[in-house]
Ligand binder design. Structure first.
Ligand SMILES: [Mg+2]
Length: 173
């Protein structure tokens, strides 16, 4: 068995971190990039981090939009990131689940809905994540709780410029 070295990773919430959270964002025309967001992803990739998105998307359980639309949007976002900074998100996870709209299709994603850590843990299984050197950035306490439940540090982003925020985190490590 070959030895795979572990890689420090950053888990980003999507709405309110990469794009403005205007509620139930599911198409490209609704994406207003947070200032410094594209540059922050490029910086993290250039520093050797794996970069992931972990996003609650209860709009799917609510019937407001489909999984296909979310996946299409994420592919579009990655295209935008690549065109602007030459790098993109390594992998996306979204949770379609919402407790008020339980149905069999999405029941398996209950543990993926933040504050549960399921999306982070799934990425940790699929990628060689160095847990000790990894962290999450989110704009809600539920993001931070999910990070803590997955045993990584969580940083609460309360708006402003994401690049500045990420630079401060990297400088402190
Ligand atoms: Mg958010």
């Amino acid at each position: 068995m070959s030895k795979i070295s572990k890689i420090p990773s950053v888990f980003l919430d999507r709405d309110g971190v990469l794009n403005e959270d205007i509620g139930y964002v599911h198409k490209a025309s609704q994406i207003n990039w947070v200032p410094g967001a594209k540059e922050a992803v490029a910086l993290l990739k250039n520093q050797g981090y794996l970069v992931f998105v972990v996003t609650n998307q209860s709009g799917i359980a609510r019937g407001l939009y489909t999984e296909e639309e979310v996946e299409h949007l994420h592919a579009w976002m990655n295209g935008e990131l690549f065109r602007s900074g030459g790098s993109s998100i390594d992998d996306f996870r979204y949770s379609p689940f919402h407790p008020d709209f339980e149905n069999e299709t999405y029941a398996n994603f209950k543990d993926w809905r933040k504050p549960n850590p399921g999306m982070i843990l799934d990425l940790m299984e699929k990628w060689p994540v160095d847990n000790l050197r990894s962290f999450l950035i989110g704009d809600r306490q539920s993001d931070i709780k999910a990070a803590e439940a997955a045993n990584i540090r969580g940083f609460l982003f309360d708006g402003g410029d994401l690049l500045t925020f990420v630079e401060a985190i990297l400088a402190s490590r």
